[in-house]
Design a binder for this molecule. Structure first.
Ligand code: NDP
Length: 334
């Protein structure tokens, strides 16, 4: 599968790429790889990526800050070495962390990820959050009172540094994550803009369908990558558990029963049918496989509408600890 080939007909397990605005393409499903390091056994991510490649996944969503990029890279290297895939079949998305926004830090930070992954390039690099933190060794810098230490944010300057990484061939596509409309417009209206963001990775699932942001992104040719497509792991340390569990939703479960599928498969199918990329995380072999089995059924228009109607405009991932950051993205309507 070349990086520019995409499917113009129904997505299949073998070809489910959709076009990006820069001439590249992105697979509609990828494996999420975030898992709390504290409680995740060593090599769980490595094993999951290997299983996923055998199942048919070609897209992996990671980040330097997840602390397991070396495991993702090692799994991919091994699957390339044993002939299962070639590097070009694989699509990897990495992320620029908040403490690395100053333009001069962008390329060295990307190169750090390339080193961990043992890649010459990555397919997509995105600004993880529009929130600059104080640069330094601390991932979550705080003062002696526990207050987070922020840094003046200049999203356009950071964006220009990403553009330079694309020009240098270190990354094929560039994008953003957790940007609201105003922040996207800042980039889109930047004088001398060379590349538009190819994607905006945001929380998206049947309880947060993002109708307004989706319309705005469609208008500008920006693909939405939906994170937490299954409603997260519900870890109360970072998840808003006041929202009920997505996978227990009665509508999703009744549609699932009709197709002899699970609510997770229906939630994922709903998104890819409306051209939203999904990146479900699982480190469990059965569920990795299950989440990929979404190309052998389709939802009717009525079912799509019934799932649209589940939208509550509420987030599992609110990031309220950073609500006082001047660029906190979720106070705006969208
Ligand atoms: P998901 O919505 O993907 O849910 C993951 C949870 O669901 C895990 O606990 C997993 O457990 C479980 N699970 C997976 N498959 C099934 C299934 N078929 N049935 C029941 N349970 C299932 O949550 P995430 O928040 O992890 O989001 C996915 C990815 O998005 C992340 O891993 C990360 O790559 C990215 N992300 C990006 C963010 C950003 O700011 N840009 C923020 C948050 C996430 P198990 O592993 O045991 O199967």
């Amino acid at each position: 599968m070349s990086s520019t080939k995409f499917t113009e007909v129904n997505p299949t397990a073998q070809n489910h790429r959709i076009p990006l605005n820069d001439g590249n393409s992105i697979p509609l499903i990828g494996l999420g790889t975030y898992s709390t390091l504290r409680t995740t056994p060593k090599d769980a991510c490595y094993n999951a990526v290997k299983v996923a490649i055998d199942v048919g996944y070609r897209h992996f969503d990671g980040a330097w800050v997840y602390g397991n990029e070396h495991e993702v890279g090692r799994a991919i290297q091994e699957k390339v070495a044993d002939g299962t895939v070639s590097r070009d079949d694989i699509y990897y998305c990495g992320k620029l962390w908040n403490t690395c926004h100053p333009p001069e830090m962008v390329r060295p930070t990307l190169e750090k990820s390339l080193g961990l992954l043992k890649f010459d390039y990555i397919d997509l690099y995105i600004i993880e959050l529009p929130l600059a933190f104080k640069p330094g060794d601390e991932i979550y810098p705080r003062d002696e009172n526990g207050k987070y230490l922020y840094h003046p944010t200049d999203l356009c300057a950071t964006w220009e540094a990403l553009e330079a990484c694309k020009d240098a061939g270190l990354v094929k596509s560039i994008g953003v994550s957790n940007f609201n409309r105003r922040q996207l417009e800042q980039i889109l209206n930047k004088s001398g803009l060379k590349y538009k963001p190819a994607v905006n990775q945001v929380e998206c699932h049947p309880y947060l369908t993002q109708p307004k942001l989706r319309e705005f992104c469609n208008l500008h040719g920006i693909v939405i990558v939906g994170y937490s497509p299954l409603g997260t792991c519900r870890d109360p340390l970072w998840v808003n558990t006041k929202i009920p569990s997505l996978l227990e939703d009665p509508v999703l479960n009744s549609v699932a029963a009709k197709y002899k599928k699970t609510s997770a498969q229906v939630a994922l199918r709903y998104q890819i049918q409306r051209k939203i990329v999904v990146i479900p995380k699982s480190f469990n072999s059965e569920r990795i496989k299950q989440n990929f089995e979404i190309f052998d059924f389709s939802l009717t228009d009525e079912e799509m509408k019934a799932i649209d109607a589940l939208n509550r405009n509420e987030r599992y991932v609110e990031l309220l600890i950073w609500k006082d950051h001047p660029e906190y993205p979720f106070s705006d309507d969208y």
